[in-house]
Design a protein around this ligand. Sequence first.
Ligand code: ZN
Length: 53
Amino acid sequence: MKLYHICQYCNQYYHIEQTDDGVDGAFEVRGVCEDCARQHGLSGQMILHTRYH
Ligand SMILES: [Zn+2]
């Protein structure tokens, strides 16, 4: 499956990862990209919200 890491501040996909587990579909991972983490001082304390499609 594909993991789409989307930034909850700028709504950009900052990382797309193809996993090798044989599972179909996409999995969205809400997080914070490095730029926004730096701007908001969130480094090291990201809160992730996930949902399946
Ligand atoms: Zn961002």
